[in-house]
Design a protein around this ligand. Structure first.
Ligand code: MOS
Length: 772
């Protein structure tokens, strides 16, 4: 065992970075001082917008009866496709869609067509929310109703291969080796079909927009988004404004899970409504509207064919996916990517099929592709283990990929073996009875299952600015967003450590397009990219001070070579004679510098050239970085207890161990893994949005009817991280954990259910009817 469970106490490189610091924004949140995007209520003349949405999934609007609605007091406008001002560009045009950079290729209120249930057909604006709601209820929409298509399962649905199209190439057909021939020749052949229900993200905070035109050509939008820059680009392009004319602010988010990763129709409609009435307008989606306004994880079927030798070595993996898409977009999560890279396997093939239906576009949902893809692969690996009588961990070790099979590249780092070993130890895996359906706790069946997790470090870059004041405080900024997972906190830690200041002396600001540009908080890139940019900004600031010091006759460092000077805990000193030096405050006061500012870029696969003192950066490895495959890895272990009479499944124990590079905060990181695992347990056991196959409408669009885990559904969870120093990924060596926390979770649960019951459920969620 070469892991170190007490990483945070023993890690010699950890200063305040890595420590379980409490959330710096926690107090503001519980005191109600944290302002979310629907809480900017002091804007002059603020009024309220409500979406009127379509009850039918397909048809054509033939008219509106606005008489009763317009008579109501306080009603300012009823905006429909008939009177809405034209935009410079809309995503309805495929080329414009790319320029706008949105996910959804149709903007409601641009014509009389109805493509999906829940589609906005009018925006009603009034002086109070209640008046807007009432007027929207009175508004009558006349529709020539047509028969909708609900999903790929409809016999009338026409399947097509999205890779044959020019646009929207999200899910390429991949061939490596000769998978068909290898599968045909394999002594062990498994062919299984896996289905995944529609899942909705359901962040606690719904989508919300407050739009304020401060001048005819100057707009500020308070928006519930995972990316202010992406929203700024989308809005400015649609409105025909330049980027600097549109400011987007997102100070706090109540979760996102991917649904706030793009700019959706309600945002631009709110901006247009504000223009229309000439006053600031606020719109917050209702919970039912959240099911039709910001995407979802698509309904999908995967067929995985797995060929193996008699001793359990994979020889072929063939993955096919079919899912439902909207009338205009070709999005499918790329499930096959993880199937292609997780295990050593010489032959691989993947293909995708889509069917258009009267639904809105699906979108990234936590671990898009990796989560459902790992359900298929990790369930089939479990099948293989049982079929051959090999332990589930052992079967994975026999297929351990020493390099990335999908690219042939070496890993930048990989601690998966340690994750298996430590997870097994914490869980007590060695005590598991290899036979399924025989372990009992009284009348309950007990099952133990495990699965591998992995998520890539995506290509990303972003900027940060750090300003250090001579009095010993600092303001550090990056236009990132904090989904609620801890960006404010971990960036404060990174800045404090790099500056040698106590965390209380550092203020980290984010969530504003006025700040240096950061990437979307999505794809698990924020922690690595933003922390690296913060780190680099501080290095830039030190370089400026070092130059001042060596030119200053009164400095102990006068005439030293800048390259010979280092900064440790805020003290500038000679590398080979640390006694010779001075702290930044002394230098700055003598030089009459009130403050000094640095800018830095955090980049995927780099940072080494400049970040010479970065704990995880190695300048010599800079050129090698792009030639490495960069992934985090982990393992989940699950115990379930199944009631054999009722078919209910309860998760009773949980262990997750991950190797994800440097961990910035032990507490928020643990919370991320717990949160992602619960998200996955929800997908495994209860989450499903039901779309009526005749009407193409959701039947359970509320949190009363769409079941998510509550505290009583979740046991205490054990989370650990393997100490891992990755010299390639970025200046801070951070891989990110937002998505990997959920990868493999559904399979770990399903595998535990199999071990408990001897019944393999390949249809998510695993509801009691599927167990009995
Ligand atoms: Mo994440 S699904 O990339 O917000």
């Amino acid at each position: 065992m070469d892991t170190e469970p007490k990483f945070f106490e023993t890690n010699p490189t950890a200063g305040v970075v890595g420590k379980p610091l409490n959330r710096v924004d926690g107090r503001d949140k519980v005191m109600g001082r944290a302002k979310y995007s629907a809480e900017f209520n002091n804007l002059p003349g603020l009024v309220h917008a409500v979406l009127k949405t379509s009850d039918v999934a397909k048809g054509r609007i033939t008219g509106f009866d606005t008489t009763a609605a317009l008579k109501q007091p306080g009603v300012l406008a009823i905006i429909t496709h008939q009177n809405i001002p034209k935009l410079a560009k809309t995503p309805n045009d495929a080329e414009d869609k790319r320029a706008i950079g949105v996910h959804m290729g149709y903007l409601p209120l641009t014509d009389d067509q109805i493509y999906y249930a829940g589609q906005p057909v009018a925006v009603v604006v009034a002086d109070t929310l209640e008046r807007a709601q009432y007027a929207a209820a009175l508004l009558k929409v006349q529709v020539a109703v047509e028969k909708p298509l609900a999903s790929y399962e409809d016999p009338k649905a026409r399947l097509f291969d999205p890779t044959k199209l020019q646009e929207g190439k999200t899910a390429p057909h991949v061939v490596r080796g000769s998978a068909q021939a290898a599968f045909a020749a394999a002594p062990i052949q498994l062919t299984h079909k896996y289905t995944h229900a529609i899942n909705h993200h359901n962040p606690m905070e719904p989508g919300a927009t407050t739009a304020h035109w401060e001048a005819p050509d100057r707009l500020t939008v308070y928006e519930s988004t995972q990316g202010v820059t992406r929203t700024q680009k989308a809005l400015s392009t649609m409105l025909g404004l330049s980027a600097e004319q549109v400011r987007v602010v997102t100070k706090f988010l109540g979760g996102g899970f991917g649904c706030k990763g793009s700019c959706w129709p309600h945002t631009v409609l709110t901006v247009q409504a504000a223009k229309f009435v000439g006053r600031p307008v606020k719109l917050a989606l209702t919970r039912p509207q959240m099911f039709t306004s910001m995407g979802h994880r698509e309904d999908q079927t995967q067929t995985l064919r797995l060929g193996a030798t008699n001793d359990g070595k994979l020889t072929a993996l063939i993955h096919e996916k079919t899912s439902t898409t909207s009338p205009w977009d070709n999005y499918a999560e790329s499930n096959s990517k993880i199937v292609n890279m997780l295990y050593e396997c010489p032959n691989f093939e993947a293909s995708y099929q889509l069917a258009r239906a009267n639904v809105m576009t699906s979108t990234y949902t936590r671990a898009p592709g990796e989560a459902p893809g790992s359900f298929a692969l990790e369930s089939s690996m479990d099948d293989l283990a049982y079929q051959l009588g090999i332990d589930p961990i052992e079967i994975r070790l026999r297929n351990y990929a020493e390099k990335d099979p999908s690219s042939g590249q070496p890993w930048s780092s990989k601690s998966l073996k340690q994750c298996y070993a430590r997870g097994a130890e914490l869980f007590g895996w060695s005590k598991r009875n290899p036979k399924a359906g025989v372990t009992r706790n009284g009348r309950l069946l007990v099952g133990w299952g495990m699965a591998t997790a992995s998520y890539p470090v995506h290509n990303s870059q972003g900027m940060a600015r750090a300003r250090l004041y001579a009095d010993g405080h600092a303001v550090v900024q990056s236009g990132a967003t904090d989904l609620g997972t801890g960006t404010y906190t971990v960036m404060t830690q990174v800045a404090a450590e790099a500056l040698g200041l106590p965390v209380e002396k550092v203020r980290f600001e984010l969530g504003d397009t006025k700040l240096p540009t950061a990437p979307n908080s999505g794809g698990s890139v924020a922690a690595g990219t933003v922390s690296s940019s913060v780190y680099m900004a501080v290095q830039d600031l030190w370089q400026k001070l070092i130059k001042v010091a060596v030119l200053d006759k009164k400095s102990p460092l006068h005439r030293a070579k800048t390259a010979d000077v280092e900064v440790k805990d805020g003290r500038l000193q000679l590398k080979d004679n640390p006694k010779k030096g001075e702290d930044f405050a002394t230098l700055m006061k003598r030089a009459d510098m009130a403050d000094v500012e640095g800018n830095g870029q955090g980049r995927y696969g780099s940072g080494y050239e400049d970040a010479q003192t970065a704990a995880n950066a190695n300048p010599a490895k800079k050129d090698e970085a792009p030639h490495h495959s960069m992934h985090a890895f982990g393992a989940h272990f699950c115990e379930v207890q199944v009631d054999p009479d009722l078919g209910t499944v309860r998760v009773t124990r949980w262990v997750s161990v991950h190797g994800a590079g440097r961990i910035l905060n032990a507490k928020t990181a643990r919370s991320q893994i717990i949160g992602g695992s619960i998200f996955g347990i929800g997908a495994a056991l209860m989450e499903a949005t039901v779309r009526d196959q005749k009407l193409a409408r959701y039947t359970n669009a509320s949190l009363a009817d769409y079941h998510i885990p509550v505290n009583a559904d979740i046991p205490d969870m054990t989370v650990e991280f393997v100490e891992e120093h990755d010299p390639y990924i970025n200046a801070m060596g951070v891989k990110g954990i937002g998505e990997i926390s959920m990868v493999g979770v559904t399979a770990a649960v399903a595998n535990a259910v199999f071990h408990a019951t001897g019944k393999r459920v390949r249809e998510l969620p695993i509801t009691p009817d599927k167990i009995l």
